[in-house]
Ligand binder design. Structure first.
Ligand code: FAD
Ligand code: NAD
Length: 482
C-alpha cells in the first residue's frame, strides 16, 4: 500500500512550498515533491525563485549597485574611496550564501510543519497517485488532493546553441566568473534589464537586442519612455525592432567570443560579444508531468488549464504559479498556493488578479499595480491623472535619486484609484501602499486626506494623489482655462 496524504504538492518553488506550509498549518497531512539539485548535486527547496531567480538576481543587483555608487557617487557626499576595486568571487560567494541561508530556512519550516519532503521527480498517475523517481529509486504515493506547482524554464531560441559559457540563459548570467568586456543581451524584458544592469554597473559594455519596436510595452507608456531615456544615460545600449538571426561561439586568440547577426528596419547588423545572455521569456514546466491516461487539460501554450480557483480539469487536482496562466511572478504563485490550501481545507478564498504588483529592479526601480493609461484609453474609460516628480521630493533629493515620478490614475467620476505607476527610488516598496489603498477601494481623496511622515518617499504618493485634483503642494498648479 502506498502512503496516503491529504495533499501532495509537486514543486517546491514559491508557489509550491508556500502552499505546502499553509496546507500543513491547516492540519492537512502534506508532502511536497521536488527535483531541484544544487551545484553539488544535493536536493534543495525554493525552486527557481530562491536558487536562480528573484533572490540571486536581487543579491547581485544590490552588490553591483553598491559598487557603482562607491565608484561614481561617493565623492558627491565628500567621501573619497579612491581604491574601489571589485572581487567578483566574493560577490558571488555572498550571493550563494544568501541562497543557502534561505533554502535551508525553508527546509527547517518544512520540518517544523511536519511536511514530508519527497526528493525526486514527480509524475501524476491515475487516481491521484504520484510517482516520485530519484536516481536509484521509485516510489508511489497517494493523496486526496494534488497541487501542481512545477514552475517554468527559460525559452530557448531555436537554432542557437547554448554552451553555458559564452551563450547562456539567466542562470548562466548569474554565474560569470569575470566581468565580460562586451555583453550582448537578447530581450529587453524584465530579466534583460535587471541582469543587463548588474553587468553594466560592474563595467561591461552592454547591448540589448529587442524584437519589439516598443520598449517595455507592459508598462505605462510614459514610464517606459522616461525609463528608456534613463537606462540609455546609464549606458545600456537598447536596440529595438531588432530580430536575432544567428548567434555562434567562435574561438579567437583572446578566448571564445559570440558572433551575433541581427536584422532591423535599417538592414542586417553584426556584433561580437564576449558573452551573450538570452532572456526571451519563460515557458511552463508541463512536459512529462503526467501519464497518458491522466486527462489533464493544457492550453495552446502548454500551461495547465485552470479556472480562477486554480482547479484543473481533474477533480481534486489544482495547479498554481508559473505553470498556469497569469504573470510569472513569485508572489502571484504564493497567493495562489495559499488560496488553494484554504479551498482544500473547506474555507472561502480567492486571489485578486487585478491587483498583482509588478516590479523591475533597475535603478531607479519601476513598479506598478492596476490599469495604465493605455488600458484605460483602450477601454474608453474616463480617468484623471495625478503626477508627482521625485525631483520635488525632499527625501529623494537627500538620497540623490531624483529621476522619475509617481503617477496615479483615478476614475473621472468616482475618484477610485485605478492604477499607480512608479519610476523612482524604492518603487518596489512604495507600490505596496498603492496595492493596500486599491484593495480597500480608496479614492485619491482618501490618500490625500491620509498623513504621511516627512521627509519620506511615500509623501510623493500623497502629493500624486493631491495632484489628481490639482492640489499638490510642492509642484506648480496646473493652469486652468478661464
Ligand atoms: P518555480 O520557482 O520554478 O519552482 C518549481 C519547482 O518545481 C522547481 O524546484 C522545480 O525543480 C520543481 N519541479 C518541476 N517539475 C517537477 C517535477 N516533475 N517533479 C518534482 N519537482 C518538479 N519573480 C518575482 O516575483 N520577483 C522577482 O524579482 C523575480 N526575479 C526573477 C529573476 C530571474 C532571473 C528569474 C529567472 C525569475 C524571476 N522571477 C521573479 C520569477 C519567479 O522566479 C517565478 O515566477 C517563480 O519562481 C515561480 O514560482 P513557482 O513556484 O511557480 O515555480
Ligand atoms: P519577458 O517576457 O519579460 O521579456 C522577454 C523579452 O524578449 C520581450 O520584450 C520580448 O519581446 C523579447 N523577445 C522575445 N523573443 C525575442 C527574440 N527572438 N529576439 C529579441 N527579443 C525577443 O521575459 P524575461 O525577461 O525572460 O523574464 C521571464 C519571466 O520572469 C517574466 O515573465 C517575468 O515576469 C519573470 N521575472 C520577473 C522579475 C521581477 O518580477 N522583477 C525579474 C525577472 C524575471
Amino acid at each position: 500500500m502506498s502512503e496516503k496524504y491529504d495533499v501532495i504538492v509537486i514543486g517546491a518553488g514559491p508557489a509550491g512550498y508556500v502552499s505546502a506550509i499553509r496546507c500543513a498549518q491547516l492540519g492537512l497531512k502534506t508532502a511536497c515533491v521536488d527535483d531541484w539539485l544544487d551545484k553539488d548535486g544535493k536536493y534543495v527547496l525554493g525552486g527557481t525563485c530562491l536558487n536562480v531567480g528573484c533572490i540571486p538576481s536581487k543579491s547581485l543587483l544590490e552588490s553591483s549597485e553598491l559598487y557603482s555608487r562607491c565608484k561614481n557617487e561617493l565623492s558627491q557626499h565628500g567621501i573619497y574611496a579612491r581604491e574601489v576595486s571589485l572581487e567578483l568571487d566574493t560577490m558571488m560567494e555572498r550571493k550563494n550564501g544568501v541562497i543557502k541561508d534561505l533554502t535551508r530556512g525553508i527546509e527547517s519550516l518544512f520540518k517544523s510543519n511536519n511536511i514530508d519532503w519527497l526528493k525526486g521527480r514527480g509524475r501524476l498517475l491515475a487516481n491521484k497517485h504520484v510517482e516520485v523517481a530519484a536516481e536509484d529509486s521509485k516510489s508511489v504515493y497517494q493523496a486526496e488532493n494534488i497541487i501542481i506547482a512545477t514552475g517554468s524554464s527559460s525559452i530557448e531560441i531555436p537554432g542557437v546553441k547554448y554552451d553555458d559559457q559564452n551563450i547562456v540563459d539567466s542562470t548562466g548570467a548569474l554565474e560569470f566568473t569575470e566581468v565580460p568586456q562586451r555583453l550582448g543581451v537578447i530581450g529587453a524584458g524584465v530579466i534583460g534589464l535587471e541582469l543587463g544592469s548588474v553587468w553594466r554597473r560592474l563595467g561591461s559594455e552592454v547591448v540589448i537586442i529587442e524584437a519589439q519596436d516598443e520598449f517595455l510595452s507592459v508598462a505605462d507608456t510614459q514610464i517606459a519612455r522616461d525609463s528608456k531615456r534613463e537606462f540609455k544615460k546609464q549606458g545600456l545600449d537598447i536596440r529595438l525592432g531588432a530580430r536575432l538571426m544567428s548567434a555562434e561561439v567562435k574561438s579567437a586568440k583572446t578566448g571564445s567570443q559570440v558572433a551575433v547577426q541581427y536584422q532591423d528596419a535599417r538592414g542586417d547588423h553584426k556584433e561580437v560579444f564576449d558573452k551573450l545572455i538570452i532572456a526571451v521569456g519563460r515557458a511552463p514546466n508541463s512536459d512529462n508531468l503526467f501519464d497518458e491516461e491522466v486527462e489533464l487539460l493544457l492550453d495552446e501554450r502548454s500551461f495547465i488549464h485552470v479556472n480562477e480557483q486554480c482547479e484543473t480539469s481533474l477533480p481534486g487536482v489544482y495547479a498554481i504559479g508559473d505553470v498556469v496562466r497569469g504573470p510569472m511572478l513569485a508572489h502571484k504563485g504564493s497567493e495562489e498556493g495559499i488560496m488553494v490550501a484554504e479551498l482544500i481545507a473547506g474555507n472561502h478564498a480567492e486571489v485578486n488578479y487585478d491587483l498583482v504588483p509588478s516590479v523591475i529592479y533597475t535603478h531607479p526601480e519601476i513598479a506598478w499595480v492596476g490599469k495604465n493609461e493605455q488600458h484605460l484609453k483602450a477601454a474608453g474609460e474616463k480617468y484623471k491623472v495625478g503626477m508627482f516628480p521625485f525631483a520635488a521630493s525632499g527625501r529623494a533629493r537627500a538620497l540623490g535619486v531624483t529621476t522619475g515620478m509617481i503617477k496615479i490614475l483615478t476614475h473621472a467620476e468616482t475618484d477610485r484609484v485605478l492604477g499607480v505607476h512608479i519610476f523612482g527610488p524604492q518603487a518596489s516598496e512604495l507600490v505596496a501602499q498603492a496595492v493596500i489603498a486599491m484593495e480597500l477601494g480608496a479614492s485619491s481623496e482618501d490618500l490625500g486626506l491620509t498623513m504621511f511622515a516627512h521627509p519620506t518617499l511615500s509623501e510623493s504618493l500623497h502629493e500624486a494623489a493631491l495632484a489628481v485634483s490639482n492640489n499638490a503642494i510642492h509642484i506648480p498648479a496646473k493652469k486652468t482655462k478661464k
